[in-house]
Ligand binder design. Structure first.
Ligand SMILES: Nc1ncnc2c1ncn2[C@@H]1O[C@H](COP(=O)(O)OP(=O)(O)OP(=O)(O)O)[C@@H](O)[C@H]1O
Ligand SMILES: [Mg+2]
Length: 173
């Protein structure tokens, strides 16, 4: 289905590898350290790739104590830690749905105000609405617990994000 299109990794500039769910959470924790509020992270990748696992690591690192679960059926979950995290999943949002009707405009205004971060799975329809965004594409690796993470930013990937590839949980590949 067109709304479930996954981007081509050739369009991403930075590549990392994680070797287990814990390693993915460690990578997400390092990403969380870079968040100041106002960022939008788009998480691309097939079913079961590790997008929600990444969000769990991100939220834990931000001090969220609530259990982070997939918002596949709820569309949006809100968590409070050092920053507010809005975790969205557009998998079940059909191409006919008006994103404004489901509250996306209001959420984007809140993100623009810099008080929260937005993390979205299956975000193809959201991407054109977000001028500044960080995009991660996770794909299966060569072994069952290996995942390859591709990063890019629009209009560019900030240097600290590119540097995620150079150390710790989720090394370069
Ligand atoms: N390196 C890894 N990183 C993340 N998850 C991994 C890794 N290795 C194995 N897994 C497993 O892969 C699954 C990832 O599930 P997760 O819910 O995070 O996927 P998802 O990309 O959010 O899928 P969906 O599109 O269905 O929401 C989990 O069962 C997790 O234990
Ligand atoms: Mg998920």
């Amino acid at each position: 289905m067109a709304e479930h299109r996954i981007p081509d990794p050739a369009g991403f500039g930075v590549r990392l590898r994680t070797t287990s769910p814990d390693d993915t959470r460690a990578l997400a924790a390092r990403a969380a350290d870079l968040l100041r509020g106002g960022e939008t992270l788009l998480l691309h990748g097939p079913l079961g790739a590790g997008k929600t696992c990444f969000v769990q690591g991100l939220c834990t690192a931000l001090g969220v104590v609530d259990e982070v679960t997939s918002p596949t059926f709820t569309l949006a979950n809100r968590y409070e830690g050092r920053l507010v995290v809005h975790h969205l999943d557009f998998y079940r949002i059909g191409p006919e749905a008006d994103l404004a009707d489901i509250g996306v405009d209001a959420l984007l205004d809140e993100i623009d105000a810099g008080e929260a971060v937005l993390v979205a799975e299956w975000p193809q329809r959201l991407a054109p609405l977000v001028k500044r965004r960080l995009e991660l594409l996770v794909l299966p690796g060569a072994t069952p617990e290996e995942r390859i993470w591709h990063l890019r930013g629009v209009p560019e990937l900030p240097a600290p994000w590119a540097a995620l590839a150079s150390a710790g949980g989720g090394g370069a590949c």
